[in-house]
Design a protein around this ligand. Structure first.
Ligand SMILES: Nc1ncnc2c1ncn2[C@@H]1O[C@H](COP(=O)(O)OP(=O)(O)OP(=O)(O)O)[C@@H](O)[C@H]1O
Ligand SMILES: [Mg+2]
Length: 242
């Protein structure tokens, strides 16, 4: 369980997040939606301990989040990761980086780590790419390798920030189908996404965020009023008629 209470966050006097109360239970497959600049990535970074928490609290499994994070890994796929594709690393090397927290300072990865990385690549159906230089992978292949990196530490929480960014429609569908498999196998999955159609198909809960929290509810209970509050009146909502 991730429990956020009274969280507010400002940068240079500008309020980015305001008085957020949110509980994400174990086993949820939750999507965080909201317009550009809504504070979605900032919220994830606060949960992951990458940003200092000025007010409010975050607990993970009943423990202050920074204490919990010292003891447990969290799988994280950042938004549109910028990296130099010429960096001389293979897909396997990239996945191994997800185990860096396991290594004592100065130690090298061993066969046990390699086997875990290969298993993560198998899970994301990218084992055949293990030896390929990362610079030669397509955007979709790379995204799956990044997912493998997020999975390799076998954390119970998997946090993703716009994983569909470089995927085409079939790629997005199969990526979310894989996330659903992982969720059904026991992982709590939290993803930021702009692909509302895919989310309505795959995610069980939506968190609607735009500086404030507008809702956290079952996907099929999100209505046009909540969407207007989150995205503004200008957005056009087309309701499906089944
Ligand atoms: N390091 C920073 N310095 C200044 N402003 C920042 C910083 N990080 C984020 N912001 C601002 O905080 C707001 C929220 O940013 P955030 O990245 O959380 O939005 P987001 O909801 O993830 O948007 P997007 O959908 O575009 O990824 C934005 O207005 C952004 O400009
Ligand atoms: Mg973002």
């Amino acid at each position: 369980m991730i429990r956020i209470r009274g969280l507010s966050f400002s940068i240079d006097g500008l309020t980015i997040l305001e008085d957020i109360d949110l509980e994400i239970a174990e086993g949820e497959f939750v999507a965080i939606i909201g317009p550009n600049g809504a504070g979605k990535s900032t919220l994830l970074k606060l949960v992951l301990g990458f940003l200092p928490l000025p007010s409010g609290s975050i607990e993970i499994d009943g423990v202050p989040h920074l204490d919990w994070l010292k003891q447990h890994p969290v799988g994280y796929l950042p938004q549109r990761e910028e990296f130099d594709r010429r960096f001389p690393a293979s897909a396997l090397d990239l996945v191994l980086m997800g185990l860096a927290g396991d290594l004592p300072l100065g130690a090298r990865f061993g066969e046990r780590h390699r086997q875990r990385a290969l298993q993560a690549l198998r899970t994301t159906r990218t084992e055949a790419l293990a030896k390929k230089p990362i610079g030669s992978l397509s955007g979709g292949e790379l995204q799956r390798v990044f997912l493998a990196r997020a999975l390799v530490s076998d954390s119970k929480y998997l946090i993703l920030d716009e994983p569909e960014a470089s995927l085409d429609m079939p790629g997005t569908q199969s990526f979310f189908a894989l996330l659903r498999e992982l969720n059904q196998a026991g992982k709590t999955v939290i993803t930021v996404s702009h692909d509302l159609q895919t989310l309505s198909e795959y995610c069980s809960f939506l968190v609607c965020l735009n500086r404030r929290l507008h809702c956290h509810t079952q996907t099929d209970l999100v209505n046009s009023e909540i969407m207007h509050k989150t995205f503004g009146e200008a957005v056009r909502i087309i309701e499906k008629d089944y």
